[in-house]
Design a protein around this ligand. Structure first.
Ligand SMILES: *Cc1c(COP(=O)(O)O)cnc(C)c1O
Length: 400
């Protein structure tokens, strides 16, 4: 007997397929890197990778791997406990202190992922008397975290400071006790940097606090990679930063919140994904400490990343592609139609370039794109190869 649930699941799957939204995973045979080996049914090919969050190229860094191995040898494979029972090793505290020191805060608290950090950060700090004012393009995990919190919710259009001010006034009229403005530091689909100076000024005028999710910035943006608050000179005003160990900082997994001591202490008592979920694996913690140490001193990698981004941008612009403006290593190539974006991704794959096409509902209707991401793991010749492949594929498809 096929259950109703199985029948329903099949229906939904064919709907997803029919809308052209079905995501198929390609298999990588080997480590995450600038060039990856992609397996197909019959053979394996090497592709230039333009879609990893491996901005600094630390995902296969020998020192990170060596540190993770030492962590494994000295601290074992797993913790088999949440932090407060018997899951806190010296290693976990060392990683928390390293993060806090790196991002100039009092302390930090680890989660299994930044998805959990964002899922757990709001509910303990705010209740029904309070207000969260959220940018409309914030990451799904912020949206979910806000849903799990009893605070009133307000939304402003991406980067629209007039609307943000209106929402702050509205929250005041509604009698909000605490007001928290939540924003991504870098909006991942567009590569836009949040207008933190304006956001922090408004926060000050209206007595609100600012929380920044800096997943797409920590490690590679701002002085020493300290992220968008460092880039925009707002480190002192931003009260709470959430981030990931799964992107620039080695790319393994794990998330964190870093803030002043009472906030972290309270989260340790009350944040549900922290209290009720296993500790980070020792190898991940040890490798991440090393990744942060390397990231802090990696001006060479940040310079290379910036140079790649400029080279790739100017190459594509010269070829006639429409790009979204910006200074981050996220470079969206606008194609507008979902089908065209998909065809372009396939054409690039044939030409040795690994990219991902994004369309509705991930981005608004009519703004389908290929989001490319630069990495310090790429060589200059990889970037040139990518520009040539884009140009060739773009001509073949009549895009340019
Ligand atoms: C990637 C990302 C997350 C999720 O981070 P994980 O550690 O992979 O769960 C959260 N917020 C933003 C803005 C992200 O880009």
């Amino acid at each position: 007997m096929t259950s109703n649930l199985v029948i329903r699941s099949r229906e939904l799957l064919s709907q997803i397929e029919g809308q052209g939204l079905y995501k198929r995973e390609r298999l990588i045979n080997g480590a995450q890197a600038g060039r990856i080996r992609v397996a197909s049914q019959t053979f394996e090919r090497e592709l230039v990778n333009l879609c990893a969050n491996n901005y600094l190229g630390l995902a296969d860094h020998p020192e990170v791997i060596a540190a993770a191995k030492r962590g494994l040898d000295e601290f074992g494979f797993g913790m088999a406990s949440v932090r407060f029972i018997c899951g806190t090793q010296t290693l976990h505290r060392e990683l928390e202190r390293t993060i806090a020191r790196y991002l100039c805060k009092d302390d930090a608290i680890l989660f299994a992922a930044c998805f959990d950090a964002n899922g757990g950060v709001f509910e303990p700090l705010l209740d029904a008397d309070d207000a969260i004012i959220s940018d409309s393009l914030n990451h799904a995990s912020i949206i979910d975290g806000v849903r799990l919190c009893k605070a009133r919710r307000y939304r402003f259009a991406n980067g629209d400071m007039n609307e943000l001010e209106d929402r702050l006034k509205e929250a005041d009229r509604d009698g909000a006790r605490l007001k928290l403005i939540a924003t991504d530091g870098v909006f991942s689909m567009d590569g836009y940097v949040a207008k933190l100076p304006a956001i922090c000024d408004l926060a000050e005028s209206y007595g609100a606090v600012v929380m920044v999710d800096d997943c797409h910035a920590t490690g590679h943006i701002g002085e020493a990679g300290r992220g968008t608050p460092a880039l925009t000179g707002t480190s002192r005003q931003v009260e709470i930063v959430t981030g990931t160990l799964g992107k620039s900082l080695g790319g393994a997994m794990g998330g964190f919140v870093t803030a002043s001591q009472p906030i972290i202490d309270l989260l340790r008592q009350r944040a549900r994904p922290y209290l009720f979920s296993n500790s980070l694996a020792p190898a991940v913690a040890a490798g991440s400490i090393m990744a942060i140490q390397i990231a802090e001193g990696a001006d060479d990698r940040r310079q290379l990343l910036g140079a790649h981004a400029r080279r790739f941008r100017s190459g594509l612009e010269r070829a006639g592609f429409e790009l979204l403006a910006g200074e981050t290593p996220i470079i969206p190539v606008m194609l507008h139609e979902a089908r065209l974006a998909q065809d372009m991704a396939a054409a690039l794959d044939k030409r040795g370039i690994y990219v991902a096409a994004f369309s509705y509902p991930v981005v608004p209707q009519g703004t389908a794109r290929i989001r490319t991401q630069m990495s310090a793991a790429l060589a200059e010749k990889d970037v040139d190869l990518a520009v040539d492949a884009f140009t060739d594929a773009g001509k073949a498809l009549g895009v340019i």
